[in-house]
Design a protein around this ligand. Sequence first.
Ligand SMILES: Nc1nc2c(ncn2[C@@H]2O[C@H](COP(=O)(O)OP(=O)(O)OP(=O)(O)O)[C@@H](O)[C@H]2O)c(=O)[nH]1
Ligand SMILES: [Mg+2]
Length: 322
Amino acid sequence: MQDAAEIAEGIREGRRNALARMISWAENADPRFPAALASIYPRVGGSWRIGVTGPPGAGKSTLTNALAVELRRREKTVGILAIDPTSPFSGGALLGDRIRMEDRTSDPGVFIRSMASRGSHGGLARAAVDACDAMDAFGFDAVVVETVGVGQAEYDVVGAADTVVVVLCPGAGDGIQAMKAGILEVADVLVVNKADVDGADRLMLDLSEAVHTRSIRREGREAEWEVPVIAATATKGEGVEKLLEHVEAHRRFLEGGDLSEMRRRKRVQQVRRVVDERLDEELWGPRGYAERADSGLRKSATPYDVAEEILAAILGNGMETQ
Ligand SMILES: Nc1nc2c(ncn2[C@@H]2O[C@H](COP(=O)(O)OP(=O)(O)OP(=O)(O)O)[C@@H](O)[C@H]2O)c(=O)[nH]1
Ligand SMILES: [Mg+2]
């Protein structure tokens, strides 16, 4: 069995199997993860983290593939984390490039890993950030996280990135309308993908208006960031260079401001996730309060009475009411 020091050393030495193992630890909330992270933590922070989200089928994976190809062309390395991938990464050459996205051995500058949201015990965002930390410490120039934008957990995942790219496409109907409001909130860069399809221009216009209003409503430093809306045809690699330029511009924007503060704020969320997860375990795991709740209910107390009793036991007298 490998220990944390071994894995950390493997990561420092650039061994991909060590990285893969560490990500598995993150996924499984393995008790060895914290120590491994501690010993590579000084190396965390060099990667630019890009979150890619949007409705199902918008072309997120195709765009992520194309983005990776473009990054490689610029001699940048990239780690990709795909959450619940329904559309596996193409596995084939994109645009005639020889980068095979699925074949991990063919290009040491690209690393792809998927992660399932189920089975992560609600700790999806915690695990995803942990995995990104591991990839970051490994030394990738960019780390891209793709997740389908369907719920809070997924927003939470991409929200931890430095730059959030939201991918929309024309013709996906009311579904997009419904999630637009929420999805626009998290976007630093908006991509209208499938620009080769009817309705793309219309969507560009609609979004440009929507984004304009939103950026005025935003507070603080970010109020000055005008979320660009760009067109792309990911299947042909069109618009990808432009996308990367906007990501770079966003990076410069943050670096010119309080990047470290922003990152620290996001780190606070990670602390909170770890605390929440551990507390949940302590409270409702085998040595927790489930038994006590059961016996309380047997005495025909209401769930509220039982909850109060348990809270009082946890928090002490401070919780007593009336
Ligand atoms: N016409 C057109 N089709 C595209 C474009 N980009 C992607 N597609 C197609 O759209 C489909 C979905 O693409 P994906 O990249 O798998 O989309 P996704 O958003 O990752 O999908 P999920 O991960 O399942 O939510 C595929 O058949 C792609 O070939 C584009 O620019 N134009
Ligand atoms: Mg996908």
